[in-house]
Design a protein around this ligand. Structure first.
Ligand code: AMP
Ligand code: FES
Ligand code: ZN
Ligand code: ZN
Length: 350
């Protein structure tokens, strides 16, 4: 199969777009798609300070790489969950994030050196970056180069317990730590973004993830969840806006992007994810996609369009729960008194 743009050998065929691309055109196409989503859903501007939550997996590392290549100032946040699974899952994930930020630093260094040697080249780069939405590391050409930082926080070191340990002693975690894990991750991402002054928190959720969540919420008509599901969750009370810039890209496109860009990521899934309902929903939608290319994309994007056109507007008001600030941590919560995160620790320590 040949690239639609240059007739070189294609590395990917995206049947839902009827588009096959070679490696070079694919790594131009992906950031351009992400930039379109950022603008379409008004996620952020170059003035925002962005914190990308990176898990060491393909989606979030690809997202960080794409935002940097588009010229956004995005730092990373890795949360160490203390999950081993017999292969050091959390440690290995952290190493992938650290290796990524090191590779960006050395790449930037190389660009800076070549920029300082040849002023003409930097002039050319600036000229070309202004007519293209894709500018590769433009800051490396300025006198005060900016380098992305990776913030890391270990849950066991901070709270004295790993995620499986917390899940083992609370009702919410019975049998599976995923629900407690999601709760702790969301809380800590919010807290850290707030404390470090980031206006935007970006996660690597892709279209496969979002379509599976939508499917689950539709199966049970969780209208409140449906009303809140979307690529942007507005900021509130000093807490960062949450965005999902990969929401229109398929998971296989992110894997291909990492491969072509040479981004090393953790291939293993979290050892607790096996048997999760969301994975069963993903498989169902993947089967549908095989029979009918574009079905998954249509399902999710038609939902977003319907919402833009007012479907669920009534429910927005009816069902958006009233939020209060948690008495202990100040984060917005629907519960009176303590939020669900703080309630995890009340009987242990505060
Ligand atoms: P998941 O909830 O595991 O499907 O992950 C969804 C998104 O949450 C990822 O794309 C990341 O942006 C973020 N994320 C997941 N795990 C971590 C982690 N340990 N540290 C920081 N961000 C994470
Ligand atoms: Fe949290 Fe698997 S990543 S339980
Ligand atoms: Zn091409
Ligand atoms: Zn709280």
């Amino acid at each position: 199969m040949k690239c639609r743009k240059c007739s070189e050998v294609a590395v990917i065929n995206m049947r839902q777009h009827k588009l096959a691309l070679c490696a070079d055109h694919f790594i131009e196409w992906v950031p351009a798609q992400v930039e379109k989503s950022i603008r379409k859903y008004r996620m952020f501007t170059p003035q925002d300070r962005i914190l990308v939550a990176v898990s060491g997996g393909k989606d979030s590392l690809a997202l960080w790489d794409i935002l940097l290549s588009l010229g956004y100032r995005a730092d990373g946040l890795y949360l160490g969950l203390g999950i081993d699974g017999g292969f050091g899952y959390s440690d290995e994930s952290q190493r992938k994030c650290e290796a990524f930020v090191k590779s960006v630093e050395s790449g930037n260094q190389a660009i800076r050196e070549s920029g300082s040697q040849g002023i003409r080249e930097s002039g050319n780069r600036e000229a070309s970056s202004s007519d293209s939405p894709i500018s590769r590391f433009p800051d490396s050409l300025t006198p005060d180069p900016w380098l992305p930082k990776l913030h890391t926080l270990s849950i066991p070191a901070t709270y004295g317990e790993s995620i499986p340990e917390v899940a083992g002693r609370v009702q919410r975690g019975r049998g599976k730590p995923c629900s407690v894990c999601g709760l702790i991750k969301r809380h800590e991402m919010n807290r850290i973004a707030h404390e470090l002054g980031y206006s935007v928190l970006a996660t690597g959720h892709n279209l496969d993830d979002e379509a599976a969540v939508l499917f689950g919420n539709t199966m049970t008509w969780q209208v409140g969840y449906l009303a809140r599901q979307g690529p942007v969750l507005p900021e509130g009370d000093g807490f960062a806006r949450k965005v999902k810039p990969l929401c229109r890209l398929y998971e296989r496109e992110m894997a291909a992007y990492c491969l072509v860009r040479g981004i090393d990521y953790i291939y293993e899934e979290c050892p607790y994810s096996f048997g999760a309902t969301s994975i069963a929903h993903k498989e169902l939608l993947a089967e549908l996609e095989r029979k009918s290319p574009g079905a998954r994309q249509n399902f999710y994007l038609s939902f977003l369009r319907a919402k833009e056109n007012g479907f669920l507007n009534d429910h927005n008001q009816e069902l958006s729960p009233l939020m209060h600030a948690c008495e202990r941590c100040g984060q917005p919560t629907t519960a009176p008194g303590l939020c669900a995160f703080c309630r995890l620790w009340v009987n242990v320590k505060i």
